[in-house]
Every structure is written in C-alpha cells, then in structure tokens.
Design a protein around this ligand. Structure first.
Ligand SMILES: [Zn+2]
Ligand SMILES: [Zn+2]
Length: 124
C-alpha cells in the first residue's frame, strides 16, 4: 500500500512536471479518482525528498514545493511569480563553490543552491 501510494504521488508529480506543493499534487491525484488524503500526500512527498527521489525547494512565500528532476547533479532557477523553473549545471559554478569552501578551510560534503527571480515572461 505504501509503495502504491508513493508511486501514485510520483506519477502525479511527473505529470505536473513543475515544482508543485502538496496541495497541488493532492488536487491532481483527486482528479485521477484515487483516494489519498492530503496529509498522506504531504508525508509521502517528504519521504521522497528525503530519499532524494524528488527535488525540494522552498518558494519565496514559504511553501515547500517538489519536482521530479534529472538524477544528475544540478541546480534550479525558480520564478517567484509563476513558479516556472529551469535546471542548470555549471562547472564554473561548482568550481567557484569549491574555491570558496577552501578559502574558509571547509571540506565540501554537499551544497544546495537555488536562484529565485523572475522568468523571461514575468520579468518583462
Ligand atoms: Zn514566471
Ligand atoms: Zn552544484
């Protein structure tokens, strides 16, 4: 059952194909006539994020949002207005983070970096 729940949530999130809140995923699941409660959707999303099966971001309004992303290491750009997002990979950026860590005498174990702004459409 738990496995079925998480695959239902994953399928919905894939279909939405953008950073979505638990409420948005829940609404989407309801349309498919599957009976999963909002709190279950919420918990399942948290678990999927913990096991890194989905990516998690916090929107500028504080709402946690989730998305099924590429498995390889990447970062996000997120539009604060419409919620559009893009993934990017940049060796330059990775090297910069490494040199900053070195400068402070830190050994890198991981990092998270997201850019929040306005997308092309909303920035006009
Ligand atoms: Zn936008
Ligand atoms: Zn990185």
């Amino acid at each position: 059952m738990a496995l079925q729940t998480s695959s239902t949530v994953l399928n919905s999130l894939s279909a939405l194909n953008k950073f979505s809140s638990a409420q948005e995923v829940y609404s989407h699941i309801q349309k498919t006539k599957k009976n999963i409660g909002l709190s279950t959707v919420y918990r399942t999303l948290q678990k999927l994020a913990e096991s890194e099966e989905v990516d998690f971001l916090r929107r500028p309004d504080g709402e946690g949002v989730y998305k099924v992303c590429a498995q390889s290491h990447h970062h996000h750009l997120l539009c604060a207005n419409c919620g559009a997002s893009a993934e990017f990979q940049s060796d330059k950026f990775e090297k910069l983070l490494e040199s900053i860590s070195k400068e402070y005498g830190y050994t890198v174990q991981g990092h998270e970096a997201e850019i929040v702004g306005l997308c092309k459409k909303c920035g006009r």
